[in-house]
Design a protein around this ligand. Structure first.
Ligand code: DGL
Length: 272
């Protein structure tokens, strides 16, 4: 029995969703993946929700024509704006990003947590509801990470300029006595090396990507969509970008390929 071996689709405004793809590969190495980076429209962070819904709809249609059996919206901002629409408009399952306010609120000892995300994510129903539900007795220091996505997209996540900007955002949170920092944007895990250098040792960085990957596996299982073919030799991924593919290639080579046996890859630039 091979199950359903159609690909799983993943999309983001750019290369941020690679941090989620990496976690998906860890727990489902025998699946095929199609990744779409909407680089022509990146960043999504301060775009109106209606525009993001329109873009997410076009990307979804593209991924469905490629045979995707489920779609991971590997972008907090697109999840906030479009996941309800997508779930209502299409019959395949969609898995979105969860702002990890719940685990941070449950584990904080200082009763103070930091959340770094885009303006769109903070405005979304999910963030507002989870904060109301889980962070009532916790002080939440939240900050819009204006400009951080651009550093990641230009391959400068590890630069002194990125570090300087991060200090502006993070230092007030440290002053707020946070002991957990939630990364509420899938681009931000690329900033982890800088964050780890600058954060005091008692602050835990919370990246929701592993939990989202587990949720994807659960959803695929429940819908009978897992591929049961054994893992053979390398991971099969197609990468598409609505602009040029150079950043994507650079980040795939410098991150994904270093951590996984990703050999069978294909890159294409496509106008939606
Ligand atoms: N990776 C997207 C997110 O998780 C980035 C948002 C943007 O493009 O501004 O929110």
């Amino acid at each position: 029995m091979s199950g359903n071996c159609n690909p799983i689709g993943i999309f983001d405004s750019g290369a941020g969703g690679l941090t989620v793809l990496s976690e998906l590969i860890k727990i489902m190495p025998n699946e095929k993946y199609i990744y779409f980076a909407d680089s022509a429209n990146c960043p999504y962070g301060s775009k109106p929700a209606e525009e993001i819904i329109g873009l997410s709809d076009k990307i979804t249609r593209f991924l469905i024509t490629k045979g995707c059996k489920a779609i991971v919206v590997a972008c907090n901002t697109a999840t906030a704006a479009a996941i309800d629409y997508l779930r209502g408009a299409y019959s395949i399952p969609f898995i979105g990003m969860e702002p990890a306010v719940k685990p941070a609120s449950q584990n904080t000892k200082t009763k103070s947590i930091g959340v770094l995300a885009t303006a769109g994510t903070f405005k979304g129903r999910l963030y507002i509801e989870t904060s109301r539900k889980y962070a009532t007795d916790v002080n939440v220091c939240y900050q819009v990470g204006e400009g951080l996505v651009e550093f990641v997209e230009s391959g400068k996540a590890n630069s002194p300029e990125a570090e300087q900007l991060l200090h502006r955002y993070i230092d007030p949170m440290v002053d707020c006595n946070i002991d957990h920092l939630v990364l509420g944007c899938t681009h931000y895990p690329f900033l982890k090396p800088v964050l780890e250098r600058m954060l005091p040792g008692h602050i835990t960085i919370v990246d929701p990507a592993p939990a989202v990957a587990l949720q994807t596996k659960r959803v695929a299982e429940n819908h009978g969509l897992l591929c049961n073919e054994p893992f053979v030799h390398s991971i099969n991924i197609e990468f598409y970008s609505s602009s040029n593919t150079s950043t994507l290639k650079f980040l795939v080579v410098s991150n994904l390929k270093q951590n996984h046996k990703v050999e069978d890859v294909y890159f294409a630039n496509i106008k939606l």
